[in-house]
Design a protein around this ligand. Structure first.
Ligand code: KIV
Length: 270
């Protein structure tokens, strides 16, 4: 599997199944289940470290987990998140940090945001680093966005996401990831830009889907000091383990559901 194989998958109309992954055991299991992209997401700050958000994840955390995933899945494309503070301020630092992730085993890095981040993406792409642009709800900006909220609901905000997606496509990113945006907007973006879209809470018309593995298994119940009973999953989360007793089977069922377009269903969309 390589980035160009993924472009071929999209070109023949097949959906891309992506999952977050943080260690070698799950990486091996996911590779065997046919997951197309393993995302070493900075969501590890929440699901592994028990934090309330992703803001304190460091480059050391990201490279440690990227190496672990690469060891378990040598034949699967690995995307690694650039954590908050590792890419925003100067392009040279962004390049060095992206290269560190690539040397740790990632084939592509993910950065959050549009606007000024378009220049960051352009710089990385021009220097040979494949990039995925994460738009819509961007967890590293949770405080500026006022919490975990759907983006692109107003005309102005939908237009901003669309123009950021176009600008990112124009500078040569490999994917645009859309999080928590109305399905109709994600469909429009997917039909308009020249690169594949991957959705999480963005409807079935994206070229691929991603979920956090702990959400797929129904085992994430919020931060450590909160009562699990008080945890409410976002609507795009689906527990694939509840109909089977095997984690391997649950992951395979997710891949199958993405490929045959039964996930996300309308109740998982905005
Ligand atoms: O960090 C992460 O897991 C992500 C996904 C939510 C897309 O960015």
């Amino acid at each position: 599997m390589s980035l160009s194989t993924l472009q071929e998958i999209v070109a023949r109309g097949e959906k891309i199944a992506m999952l977050t992954c943080y260690d070698a055991t799950f990486a091996k299991l996911m590779q065997h289940a046919g997951v197309d992209i393993l995302l070493v997401g900075d969501s590890l700050g929440m699901v592994l470290q028990g934090a309330e958000n992703t803001l304190n994840v460091s480059m050391h955390h990201m490279t440690y987990h990227t190496k672990s995933v690469a060891a378990g899945a040598p034949n699967t494309v690995i995307m690694a998140d650039m954590p908050l503070g590792s890419y925003e301020h100067d392009n040279e630092a962004a390049y060095k940090n992206a290269l560190w992730l690539i040397k740790s085993g990632a084939q592509i890095v993910k950065i959050e945001g549009g606007g000024e981040r378009v220049n960051t993406a352009r710089y990385l792409v021009e220097h040979g680093i494949p990039v995925c642009a994460h738009l819509g709800f961007t967890p590293q900006s949770v405080n500026q966005l006022g919490g975990y909220k759907i983006q692109g609901k107003t005309e102005a905000s939908a237009q901003k996401i669309m123009s950021d997606a176009k600008a990112m496509s124009d500078v040569g990113v490999s994917f645009v990831l859309l999080e928590m945006v109305p399905a109709i907007l994600a469909k429009h973006i997917t039909e308009t830009i020249n690169v594949p879209t991957i959705g999480i809470g963005a409807g079935v018309d994206c070229c691929g889907q991603v979920l956090v593995i702990q959400d797929l298994l129904g085992i994430y119940t919020g931060v450590a000091d909160k009562n699990p009973a008080d945890h409410k999953n976002p609507r795009f989360v689906k527990n694939f383990l509840k109909d089977t007793h095997s984690i391997q089977q649950a992951v395979e069922n997710y891949v199958h559901a993405v490929k045959n377009k039964s996930f996300p269903a309308s109740e998982n969309c905005y």
